[in-house]
Design a protein around this ligand. Sequence first.
Ligand code: AMP
Length: 172
Amino acid sequence: MIDLKEKIRNISDFPVKGIQFKDITTLLKDKEAFKYSIDEITKYCSKYQIDYIAGIEARGFIIGAPVAYQLGIGFLPIRKPEKLPSVVERVSYQLEYGENILEIHKDAINNGDKIMVIDDLLATGGTTAAVFKLIERLGGKVIGASFIIELEFLNPREKLEGYDVFSLVQYS
Ligand code: AMP
C-alpha cells in the first residue's frame, strides 16, 4: 500500500488564481507509485467485461494506455479538436470560463461496445459527463470511469449519477 497523496504535488494558483492544481508528474516519476496506480485501476477495471479503455487527452492517455495494455484490450483516444485525422464525432461543454471541445473518431466505436473512461483527475465531472455523452451517441455502452484523483468537494458524482465511478485518492 503506497500513500499516493504524498506523491502528488499541489501547485497553488495554476493555471489561474484560486486553483489548487494537482500535479501528478511527481507520482509518474516514482516507479512504485506509478506501477501501483496502474495496477489498482487495472484491478478495478478487471471486475467488468470491457471492450475498450477510452482515455481523455492528455493525462488520461498516460494512465489509460497501460491499463488497456494490462487488460489486453484496445485503447481509444479522446482528443482535443483537430488532432484526429479521420471523421470525428464532437462534443462541446461548458467550463467555468468558456467552452471546451473533445473529439473521437466516428468509427472507433461499434454499437454495444463496452467502454471504461479513464482520466487522471475528476474535478467538476463536466469533462467526464461530456465524454459519456460522446460515447453513447456512437452507440457505445459506458461501463464507468476511473481516475487517480477525485476532488470530492466539487461533488462531481452528481453529474455522473447512474454510472460506476472509481478513484484512488480523494480530496474533501
Ligand atoms: P472537470 O471537467 O471539472 O471534472 O475537470 C477534469 C479535467 O480537468 C481533467 O482532465 C483534469 O486533468 C483537469 N483538472 C481540473 N481541475 C484540476 C486540478 N485542480 N488539478 C489538476 N487537473 C485538473
